[in-house]
Write a protein that binds this ligand. Structure first.
Ligand code: PAP
Length: 294
């Protein structure tokens, strides 16, 4: 069997996440029916998890009494890294098919665990400037009281160097983008900004890709609109579960920290024009010849 040259891509992980990444590489094998929600952190994962879960389970749960009313999207679609880190592999193995699973691992680190399985992948990317702003706020909110706040200018410098969880962002995004070009029937690549602009067409596209398209009756009955409403930022943010400030061993993020503004272009409130230009130039340089524009 031909052996693949080791990937040259290097990624940063918080120490806490590394055992999960290593355990996934050692022990995880995807099933043909698996659906993966894969993303760089702060790119729209929570929203995509909610949408994928609501679309897949819409016939099992009437939308008015759907689990998303009482569970955070990250409780509905598990982030594998944490369960693997905690040694709870059996929880994932016991999940009935079709499973929806998620991780922020770069494709090159996940590839061997999913290759040849036939599983489907949905990835979402977001304007790099907004990802940085979102990450900075999230990091600040999660920061223990005894640790000083990282000034935005410092976070900006580090981000430009590629230093942030799962970073550098550019190789992470490009790997999934290239895989979506190679295997469009199995890898769907979405952009947060386009989803915000045209949520309806994206929900339908998602359902088709997932193999459970909306029927004409469902469309007439307004099921697509209902799902979009259930998964909307406003709706999710105002649910009791998502106002919770608690965190547990599996979900390290406090649920309320996952719903900040949900806007496109909040970077204008944080970056000088020079900073924005610098980040845009780096991004253009990294993505040049890939056909990807973010
Ligand atoms: P994660 O990587 O920790 O899972 P992720 O969900 O990818 O986080 O990103 C969080 C961002 O998505 C937040 O953006 P902001 O900081 O710019 O506000 C969050 O507000 C936004 N977000 C969460 N839920 C939704 C939603 N339902 N619709 C749109 N944006 C959302």
């Amino acid at each position: 069997m031909a052996s693949r040259a080791p990937s040259k891509i290097r990624s940063w992980f918080p120490e806490l996440h590394l055992p999960g990444v290593i355990a996934i590489q050692k022990h995880f094998k995807a099933r043909p029916t698996d659906l993966f929600v894969l993303s760089f952190p702060k790119s729209g994962t929570t929203w995509l998890k909610a949408l994928a879960f609501a679309i897949m389970t819409r016939t099992q749960h009437p939308l008015a009494h759907h689990p998303l009313h009482s569970l955070n999207p990250h409780q509905c679609v598990v982030t594998m890294d944490r369960l693997f880190a905690l040694g709870q592999v059996s929880t994932i193995e016991a999940m009935p098919s079709p499973r929806i699973l998620s991780t922020h691992m770069p494709f090159s680190l996940l590839r061997d665990s999913i290759e040849g399985s036939g599983c489907r992948i949905i990835c979402v990317c977001r304007d790099v400037k907004d990802v940085l702003v979102s990450w900075w706020h999230f990091h600040d909110k999660m920061r223990p009281a005894e640790i000083d706040r990282v000034p935005f200018a410092k976070a900006f410098e580090m981000f430009c160097e590629g230093i942030c969880p799962s970073g550098p962002i550019w190789s992470h995004v490009l790997e999934y983008w290239e895989e979506s070009l190679r295997r469009p029937e199995k890898v769907l690549f979405l952009k947060y900004e386009e989803m915000m602009e045209e949520p309806m067409s994206h929900a339908k596209r998602l359902a088709e890709f997932m193999g459970c398209p909306f029927s004409l009756e469902e469309e007439k009955e307004g099921v697509v609109e209902e799902i979009l409403k259930l998964c909307s930022f406003e709706k999710l943010r105002n649910l009791e579960v998502n106002k919770s400030h608690k965190r547990d061993a599996v979900h390290l993020a406090q649920f309320d920290s996952l719903f900040r503004k949900g806007n496109v272009g909040d970077w204008t409130n944080h970056m000088s024009p020079e900073m924005a230009r610098k980040l845009e130039e780096i991004t253009q340089q990294k993505f040049k010849e890939s056909g990807l524009t973010v």
